[in-house]
Design a protein around this ligand. Structure first.
Ligand code: NAD
Ligand code: WQD
Length: 337
């Protein structure tokens, strides 16, 4: 029996493939390579020394999915596939709703027709919205999302809850990630955005000399140094959280939500300083206008994952910075070389 990983060639997916294989699981990957390439999967094979099947397949492609289910015995799905750029989602809402929501509907339909009713889904801390106060707890009511990307995550959570309510044979785990950063210690896989969306890729591109300076979006938030505070989590810790989540989902039915964060907040300037110190590099920055939709604080209450999954983030901010830098230095053009 295998676990199907949708979007497995991507940033979090590729790291999760490594940890699943290291934990002795059989995996099959699908990806349409809209934001990745198969080289990341070849590197997963290199890191683990294990072979596995991967397919170029879109989650909206019913026939393609049927073929994957026919050729493999899939017992559960870890569903990463999706578009994730907040700004782009405001320009292309239709594409985001189609890819993320319509795609999930096709996937769920093919799963149930094949008797596979276990899914771990990549949700986001963005579903807490602007109304809730930190630390965010799973029991809080979800908030108002500020962009179509966030709305797709909220809708998919609700869709999956309804799917379970109508058919109690499903086992669904919704993982709300905070801010994933870092890379595998080998320096072979990491985040390779064609255009960065998040803070850490900008920081490392400034450090490597690809950009002149970092623009910090506002220093007048009600935080200790005025810059936004986030819960950065090492991608390998996040990946290990998926191994725990799949082991939790397999023998059960139900819907369960877990925050995957460290529970610690770090400011933008705090992350820049940590990166400079960890790697002995300089990251010049300029303070610019705040970015629309940003909140002052976002960090997790990470207790539930500890108590129920036995999972806790172990890697500190220094390690996040060191591993990001190793990946960036070894692969200045991502997987392109
Ligand atoms: P990523 O873009 O690196 O990975 C997503 C993968 O899905 C890519 O390889 C892409 O090619 C693939 N994909 C997209 N649409 C597809 C489709 N229709 N069919 C098949 N494959 C498709 O992003 P990531 O950072 O690894 O994120 C993985 C998941 O986690 C996403 O669902 C994302 O929304 C969610 N998430 C990410 C973050 C973050 O900050 N990185 C935070 C919270 C949640
Ligand atoms: C972090 C901090 C910025 C870039 C987003 C999504 C969220 C989730 C994770 C997917 C903020 C500041 C950033 C820059 C800066 N993704 N910043 N200069 O906004 O917390 O969360 O990614 O689900 O849904 O909204 O992450 O990395 O963009 O920003 O000053 O060039 O860095 O203002 O305080 P964010 P981020």
């Amino acid at each position: 029996m295998s676990i199907l990983i949708t979007g497995g060639a991507g940033y979090i997916g590729s790291h999760t493939c490594v940890e699943l294989i290291e934990a002795g699981k059989d995996i099959v990957v699908i990806d349409n390579y809209s934001n990745s390439c198969s080289e990341s999967l070849e590197r997963v094979k290199k890191i683990t020394g294990k072979d596995f099947r991967y397919y170029e397949c879109d989650i909206r492609d019913r026939e393609g999915l049927e073929k994957v289910f026919a050729e493999n015995e899939i017992e559960a799905v870890i569903h990463f596939a999706g578009l994730k750029a907040v700004g782009e989602s405001c320009q292309k809402p239709w594409e985001y709703y189609d890819n993320n929501i319509a795609g999930t509907l096709v996937l769920v339909d093919v799963m149930r027709k094949n008797g596979c009713k276990k899914m771990v889904f990549s949700s986001s801390a963005t579903v807490y919205g602007e109304e809730n106060q930190v630390p965010f707890v799973e029991t809080m009511k979800t908030g108002t999302t500020t962009n179509p990307y966030g709305t797709t995550k909220l809708y998919i959570e609700n869709i999956l809850k309804d799917i379970y309510n109508a058919d109690n044979e499903w086992s669904i785990v919704l993982l709300r990630y905070f801010n994933p950063v870092g890379a595998h210690e080998s320096g072979l896989i990491g985040e390779a955005p064609s255009f960065p969306n998040n803070l850490m890729p900008y920081v490392s591109q400034v450090a490597v000399g690809k950009r002149e300076f970092l623009s910090i979006f506002g220093d007048c938030y009600n935080t200790p140094d005025g810059t936004g505070v986030r819960d950065y989590i090492h991608v390998v810790d996040l990946a290990l959280g998926h191994v725990k989540a799949i082991d939790f989902a397999l023998p059960r039915t139900g819907v369960e939500i877990f925050n995957l964060g460290t529970g610690n907040g770090v400011s933008v300037i705090g992350l820049v300083k940590a990166f400079e110190e960890a790697n002995n590099v300089s990251v010049p920055y300029k303070i610019v206008e705040p970015r629309a939709g940003d909140v002052a604080y976002s960090y997790a209450n990470a207790q539930k994952a500890l108590e129920i999954l036995g999972w806790k983030a172990e890697r500190d901010v220094k390690k996040m910075c060191e591993d990001t830098w190793r990946w960036q230095k070894n692969n200045p053009n991502g997987y392109a070389n």
